[in-house]
Design a protein around this ligand. Structure first.
Ligand SMILES: NC(=O)c1ccc[n+]([C@@H]2O[C@H](COP(=O)([O-])OP(=O)(O)OC[C@H]3O[C@@H](n4cnc5c(N)ncnc54)[C@H](OP(=O)(O)O)[C@@H]3O)[C@@H](O)[C@H]2O)c1
Length: 333
């Protein structure tokens, strides 16, 4: 494919408007050509505002547009599965928002659908494309903190609008699904393997979703990872890896914006170093990687089978939180 990748956007979501559409528009060889909404007027207004040539009053109509190569799905979590499968069947490559689906089984079905239809499918977990994560992973893997034995990840923020999709159980909201999924992903990525057991406790919102979740993941060799996620606390998004020689910290681990960031390695309070990472748009880096895979047929660095492993851990954490924090084995993903 030598011409531009032509993107269609499913929904007028905030994340599409604020981050992913600008990233696609900024990525060389990519253009946003259409947006669809459940409401034709909303789609048209959104298209005008974001300089998108075509708009549709239904998601189906956008999938029927033969002049679209790739779809970005920015729908509530409960709709990711059905629209990814439909887009793949329509022959479109799919970049779908996190978490990719409701459980590991759905992720595998989505992977199968993409493979059968010969399209690329990737979960839009943009934080992993930020060079601060690559740098931190290199440091841990190259022994900069000694033997890593424990990790902590946190992602919290506060929602005040009760209509927010994150507070709706039927749309698969909840803190673990929304932001805890980053923590679980970071713990698994830095551990470099899958957890064998988990334990969690939740504070449940009146709507039935977890407003807060704290959890522990056990990896083999006794390595542990803990996290907390919340939709009711001040903004906090940290990652910490504790080793025998030093501690590594990423103070703005998931959504640093385009500001410069820092990875800290400390032997104690006095000694250590700060690695300065120049600011970058992690969403654009994600789009560029996805576009490279579409053009070359390369396998995405983080495909739907990897998403299945994240969901297997998340499913086990929910099971634990719903059964008085029992220790739950994580099924093979
Ligand atoms: N990667 C990231 O940085 C990041 C950040 C935030 C969110 N996300 C993910 O992106 C997705 C969207 O999040 P968001 O905060 O952008 O959502 P949002 O602003 O609430 O938008 C969701 C959109 O989905 C469409 N929709 C279809 N059925 C709906 C229903 N029953 N209820 C509500 N909306 C419905 C609506 O668009 P139309 O009415 O136009 O069809 C709505 O604008 C979620 O999966 C979330 O986890 C990712």
């Amino acid at each position: 494919m030598t011409k531009s990748i032509r993107w269609g956007i499913l929904s007028t979501a905030n994340i599409a408007r604020a981050a992913v559409i600008p990233a696609i528009q900024a990525a060389a060889g990519n253009e946003v050509v259409a947006v669809a909404s459940r409401d034709a007027e909303r789609a048209a207004a959104f298209a005008t505002r974001l300089d998108i040539p075509r708009s549709y009053g239904s998601y189906e109509a956008l999938l029927d547009d033969a002049e679209i190569d790739a779809i970005y799905i920015a729908l509530p979590n409960s709709l990711h599965f059905a629209w990814t499968v439909a887009a793949a069947a329509a022959g479109k490559h799919v970049l779908c928002e996190k978490p990719l689906a409701l459980d590991a089984a759905q992720c595998h079905e989505m992977a199968d659908a993409a493979e059968e239809c010969g399209v690329t499918l990737m979960e839009a977990f943009m934080y992993r494309f930020h060079p601060q994560i690559t740098a931190a992973l290199d440091l841990v893997r190259n022994g900069a903190i000694g033997d890593m034995q424990h990790m902590h990840a946190a992602f919290t923020f506060r929602i005040t609008n009760p209509a927010n999709i994150r507070l709706q159980a039927d749309l698969a909201g909840g803190s673990l699904m929304d932001v805890g999924c980053y923590c679980v992903n970071a713990l698994r990525t830095f551990a470099g393997r899958e957890p064998v057991e988990v334990q969690a406790s939740a504070r449940w919102h009146a709507n039935g979703v977890d407003e807060r979740m704290t959890g522990t993941l056990w990896f083999d060799d006794g390595v542990t990872g803990q996290f907390d996620s919340a939709l009711s606390l001040a903004r906090r998004e940290t990652f910490l890896a504790a080793g025998t020689d030093a501690t590594l910290e990423i103070p703005r681990a998931y959504l640093p914006g385009t500001d410069d960031t820092t990875v800290r390695v400390r032997q104690n309070y006095r000694d250590g170093r700060d690695l300065a990472i120049p600011g970058v748009d992690e969403y654009r880096l994600m789009v560029e990687h996805f576009a490279h895979c579409v053009r070359t047929g390369a396998t995405p660095r983080y495909g739907p089978r990897e998403a299945a492993c994240n969901m297997a851990a998340i499913e086990a954490l929910y099971r634990s939180a719903r059964t008085q924090s029992s220790r739950v084995a994580v099924p093979t993903c």
